[in-house]
Design a protein around this ligand. Structure first.
Ligand code: NCD
Length: 352
């Protein structure tokens, strides 16, 4: 593995060996204290973050590396009009691994074209968030012993929730997963995710009600309505507060259900659920740090290499207004196929 942009970049065998390392780190953290000694991580956060930013930083410190970066792009030359390409060229000259969160979909893919060191996608707009998925899979594997055969409810803003998209991509690598996609119609999963599930022969059903399906679930993955992604504020107003998991609703759930959430929560899980033994979202955040330690011991220790030159674009081929190609106009027009349909290789949206 060179970059981690999309969970689809990882084979099942690569995930299994990453998880293996993650368990060794959890069981014997002292053995890994110097695993990234002398290595430097750049942390470029163009969007707010608590868990992802801090867990990456603490992960790197715990494996003996060091960290620099920003959490406010206004403090960097981006504010002077520097392109993403130039920022990445510079930063990848100073660091051994680059962790980036950006509000534009496909930004991490774009960065990877120009970086001399591995790029890790810490969230690109409403698109993908693969390292949250490493936290999620670690949580499920550690607490349930495995992932195969589980019925997984994904609830909330499945349109804009990048953690959901990455988790679906990852669960395609396991057997016998059943998805209950619980969302209002306006916030259902994007078409490219539906095409992905069909292409991979995954079992899924789309419903609008949470309570009716709760009894069937092994994992309930709650998500926040992603206010910052709404173009129309009225659409947010219509959908906010639509799902609220309470202790009472959990009465009908399985005794060994895992209630998960990438966090931050707004109001979608009532505080009285926190003390239920099935609520594992704070543990999930901690598992995320161990998963990132495992990832960094691999990626921060790779050889530097000059990426192949890429074509210079002139105009975006993609019509998604939030795609990175809309603002970074020099990006090459890359196309890929999802379910036999031509899609933007940065943000996955179908090309029309
Ligand atoms: C998520 C994100 O940023 O996508 N948070 C996280 O990284 N743990 C979820 C969210 O913001 O709702």
């Amino acid at each position: 593995m060179r970059h981690l942009i999309d969970f689809g970049d990882l084979t099942r065998a690569e995930w299994d060996s990453l998880y293996q390392r993650c368990s060794e780190i959890m069981d014997h953290p002292a053995d890994f204290m110097d695993a990234c000694k002398g290595r430097v991580m750049a942390s470029l956060f163009y969007e707010p973050s608590t868990r992802t930013n801090f867990s990456f930083q603490t992960a790197m410190l715990r494996v003996g590396g060091t960290v620099f970066g920003f959490a406010d792009p206004n403090s960097t030359s981006t504010a002077k009009g520097e392109t993403l390409k130039d920022t990445i060229k510079m930063v990848s000259g100073y660091a051994d691994v680059v962790v980036m969160r950006n509000p534009k979909e496909g930004a991490a893919k774009a960065a990877s074209l120009y970086s001399d060191v591995p790029v890790i996608n810490a969230g690109d707009g409403g698109h993908m968030h693969p390292t949250q998925t490493t936290a999620d899979l670690t949580t499920i594997t550690r607490l349930r012993g495995g992932v195969d055969g589980l019925s997984v409810g994904l609830c909330g803003d499945l349109k804009n929730g990048r953690t959901v998209h990455s988790l679906i991509k990852a669960l395609a690598k396991f057997k016998g997963i059943k998805f209950f996609l619980i969302a209002p119609r306006e916030l259902a999963v994007p078409e490219y995710m539906r095409a992905f599930m069909r292409e991979n022969g995954m079992w899924f059903t789309e419903v609008t009600g949470l309570e009716a399906v709760i009894p069937q679930l092994d994992v309930l993955y709650m998500t926040r309505i992603q206010r910052e992604r709404f173009v129309d504020p009225l659409e947010y107003e219509r959908n906010k507060g639509i799902y609220i998991l309470t202790r009472r609703k959990l009465d009908r759930a399985k005794k060994d259900l895992l209630v998960m959430h990438p966090l931050p929560r707004v109001d979608e899980i009532a505080i009285d659920v926190d003390d239920d033994p099935r609520a594992v979202y704070f543990d999930q955040a901690r598992y995320g740090m161990f998963a990132r330690m495992a990832l960094l011991t691999d990626l921060a220790n790779q050889q530097r290499y000059k990426p192949e030159p890429v074509a210079i674009g002139t105009q975006p081929v993609c019509s998604n207004p939030n795609c990175i190609t809309q603002t970074e106009r020099y990006l090459p027009p890359l196309v890929k196929q999802n379910g036999g349909v031509d899609c933007c290789a940065y943000c996955d949206k179908e090309l029309r």
